[in-house]
Design a protein around this ligand. Structure first.
Ligand SMILES: Nc1ncnc2c1ncn2[C@@H]1O[C@H](COP(=O)(O)OP(=O)(O)OP(=O)(O)O)[C@@H](O)[C@H]1O
Ligand SMILES: [Mg+2]
Length: 246
């Protein structure tokens, strides 16, 4: 059974067609990297996978269950899917530890005591046990994002979605977040990552999906994709990013 399947998913905002028939499957342990220019529909696609947006038509199937608008099923699916956002989305009034613990209390019904014990374990995992008592305003961007990753992990998700997790960060802080993501990849976690970090895409991705204008234009292994993209627009995108790096 695939972890996630999308069948002919369409989505418009008013007259703007943002997703134009997306078909897509993710198997356990895959690290799927989604690339594409701004406005391609990448964030919308991730939000549909998590049912933060409803598709106009088509189907999303998570662990064999259709997400069809039934709120109970959506809640169940969300509890098994981590989501890491570009802008962290931490609660500013909660300490790092409680930002990680709160989902365990609210969604999994644990006591605060037990939730904090579990949360501490995950803060240790991302190298932040010494910052447990800090509020988000007392953390660097890289540390905030690692707290957000710990929060996702604490829920023991079947899959984690990352939407440009490093693009709001100062360049000097990108590495520490990518290192944590690489360690998750090595553990065999199922991940879908929207990123402009080509080095990460190439060395960690097991599959690359190139999107433009609401469609998937190319899907291939990372070596193949970066060496010889079949699609002309994918090739131009890769060239333009590599030029910017140099
Ligand atoms: N809630 C919304 N209401 C109206 N239009 C929206 C909404 N969300 C996204 N859009 C539009 O849909 C298109 C795709 O947006 P999306 O955020 O999915 O792109 P993206 O590929 O993630 O881009 P970026 O790389 O800049 O993050 C854009 O033209 C955007 O303006
Ligand atoms: Mg986006």
């Amino acid at each position: 059974m695939s972890v996630l399947e999308l069948h002919d998913v369409h989505k418009s905002f008013g007259d703007l067609k943002v997703l134009k028939g997306i078909n897509f499957k993710v198997e356990r342990g895959e690290i799927v990297v989604i690339l594409g220019p701004s406005g391609a529909g990448k964030s919308t696609l991730l939000r549909i996978m998590n049912f933060l947006e409803h598709p106009d038509s088509g189907q999303v199937v998570f662990l064999g269950k259709k997400l069809n608008g039934n709120y109970k099923i959506i809640r169940w699916a969300r509890s098994k899917m981590g989501f890491v956002f570009q802008h962290f989305n931490l609660f500013s009034h909660l300490k790092a530890l409680d930002n990680v613990a709160i989902g365990l209390v609210k969604v999994k019904g644990k006591s605060w005591h037990e939730a904090r014990e579990i949360a501490m374990k995950y803060l240790e995992k991302v190298g932040l046990s010494d910052k447990a008592q800090n509020y988000p305003s007392q953390l660097s961007g890289g540390q905030k994002q690692r707290v957000a990753i710990a929060r996702a992990l604490a829920m023991e998700p079947e899959m984690i979605l990352f939407d440009e997790p490093t693009s709001a960060l100062d360049p000097s802080l990108v590495g520490e977040v990518l290192e944590v993501m690489k360690s998750l990849a090595r553990e065999g976690r199922t991940m879908i990552v929207v990123t402009h970090e080509m080095g990460f895409a190439k060395s960690v991705g097991t599959r690359i999906i190139y999107m433009e204008d609401g469609r998937i234009l190319e899907e291939s292994g990372p070596t193949e994709f970066f060496k010889n993209p079949r699609n002309e627009r994918a090739k131009r995108f890769v060239d333009s990013i590599l030029e910017r790096v140099i």
